[in-house]
Design a binder for this molecule. Structure first.
Ligand SMILES: [Ca+2]
Ligand SMILES: [Ca+2]
Length: 192
């Protein structure tokens, strides 16, 4: 049975699924019918950070244009341009055993491409979620459905994996920001 998380909720993946090795992180969203007159492209990005909450290097910022982390542990499976339909819109696969020991936390964000130019925000998006699936057997371990109305936000930290007692925990974060992907890059020390 998957653990259903609320904002701020935490779960030990290692306890829910002993021996867990490979996970799929699925991120989903559905754009509402809006008249912004432009494509609505949400992008999942991943930041692998150390104890100081900064990326180990710029290459530890994993997104559609840098699809694999330097340790080979985190792989972004591709850019979905519309978010149409149910199910995972963008997917990140992680081999937990391969994660560099310096990585303390893996942060999953979703941002709206060209949000300012297109006058778009997360108030125009519904059914957003992040879920963790055990690739061995395909059981869903945890899911967090973001149920707030993020009407000013263009960037949301959906959730994060962090080391705990030799295993990995997941936290449902749900924190919204309004500086897009560039804001997250500044926050986590990506020098682009
Ligand atoms: Ca996308
Ligand atoms: Ca969708």
């Amino acid at each position: 049975m998957a653990v259903s998380l609320s904002k701020g909720g935490r779960v030990s993946l290692s306890k829910e699924a002993p021996g867990l090795k490979n996970i799929r992180v699925g991120l989903g969203w559905n754009p509402n019918a809006t008249d912004t007159g432009a494509q609505f492209d949400l992008d999942a990005s991943v930041f692998l950070v150390g104890a100081d909450d900064k990326v180990l290097s710029d290459a530890h910022f994993v997104f559609y244009n840098n699809a694999t982390s330097p340790d080979g542990a985190v792989v972004h499976k591709g850019d979905n341009k519309t978010g149409e339909g149910e199910g995972d819109d963008e997917v990140v696969e992680i081999d937990l055993d391969k994660i560099s020991p310096q990585v303390e936390k893996i942060i999953f964000t979703v941002t709206i491409d060209q949000a300012d130019e297109r006058r778009q925000n997360f108030g125009q998006v519904s059914k957003s979620y992040i879920r963790i699936v055990n690739q061995n057997g395909e059981a869903e371990i945890a899911k967090y459905e973001l149920d707030e109305d993020y009407s000013n936000e263009t960037a949301i930290n959906f959730g994060e994996l962090y080391r705990k007692d030799g295993g990995w925990n997941f936290k449902a974060v749900g924190a919204g920001f309004n500086e897009g992907l560039a804001g997250f890059c500044r926050m986590f020390g990506v020098g682009i």
